[in-house]
Design a protein around this ligand. Sequence first.
Ligand SMILES: [Zn+2]
Length: 454
Amino acid sequence: MRSVLLITVDALRRDHLSCFGYPRETSPTICSLASSGTSFREAYSNAPFTLASFPSIMAGIYPLEAPYYDIAKKSTLAEILSSAGYETIGFNTNYLLSKIVDYSKGFQHFYDLTTWAPDRRVRKEPTLAGKLLKRVGLNVIVSALLRKPLSPPYVTGDVVLKELQSIGKVKEPFFLWVHLMDVHGPYFAYGDPRARKFSRRWKGKLREARALDVAGRLNRGEEVSPSDLRLLREFLRDVYDDRILFTDAVIRGILSGVRRLSNDVLVVITSDHGEGLHEKPGLVGHMAYLYEPLISIPLIFSVRFRKGSELASSIDIVPTVLSLLKIQRPEGLRGIDLTKGSRDTVIAETSFNQDRREVIRLNESREMNFILSARVGRWKYIRTITSRKVSEELYDLVMDPQEMRDLHQDQEKVLDRMRSIIDGHIREIGLNPVREMARFRLRKMRGEKIGRQS
Ligand SMILES: [Zn+2]
């Protein structure tokens, strides 16, 4: 039976990979896998941040089937494969995917390699210097000047690679999941100098500090000049692309290691969401917006089962992998088997709080809101539901790929069709936004804890 390697790269946008039309050579390994296997030109994550999107990747459900992103009662790919006789091994570098949020479920061996987490059970302490500088708010700028993080926000891919090499003999068939954080912010031009190609021109420390200063001013809501914004965009693009290049080299190492363990491995490479690099005002990092940079992701299978130019969605990963392994699909999976069918609609969605962040800890979240989008053909429809109002947006992605011109007041017929798709989806997953908001307020009043985080 065939083994499986699933590589998830946090915050990796599809349009920064060379095989999806990006002019820079950022990803030779990923792209050679894409050219010999199947890749989808229009793959989307089901949500714009990790906690909401991973239930789709690992459990094949829609994010809003579990409005607090809880997968405790859902069966995951690791569990399905483990009960099918697979040896299951997980390497995780993100505390949002650690054992405290149940992502170790179904893994016989699970390595939480997180360096930072709000929970002591998975946290490794930062250095003393890092702690002190953080206390006075200088850690980011000092890290940038020293070109290395004082309190590493995550374990880098080369550490994962070393850990992987130490696992020794693995019984076949196996399911190996590796999550990599190197493409994720914060973005300084630090890291292995051999992995620096595009960001070399930021060598002058002052230039880099200037770009970071622009980022800081934007964070504080201050106005910045168009030339400063351009400087920041260029800086982010260069550092981001170097991170992809570095991750690609790590993936090359992982692939060659895994191929030594088995000569029949199905490799799947994807991401949990994209990343805003200031394309639109305020669109930076990954927050609860469903614009293209935040949900366009790569989805690559190492085997060729179709010439992919179609739409695909993270939620299709579990059913497609099971089909390729000839394992029966359990009930409750929402996605489609991409070896047999194709999609005409993709849905993305999440709940979010007053800061457009995850609704997870009650002491931080004062409200619960929802955002959902549907993509059909050239059209993209976004609905935002808060306790105060429901707002809509409609974009023509062919004429306006940057989603700058909202057409929801000009395209009545299209709007009606897209509304009914989202209404149908909401019914299908049994979501009642008004009831969920009321429940949230009640839980907050009672001071209940939400989610499985501390
Ligand atoms: Zn993520």
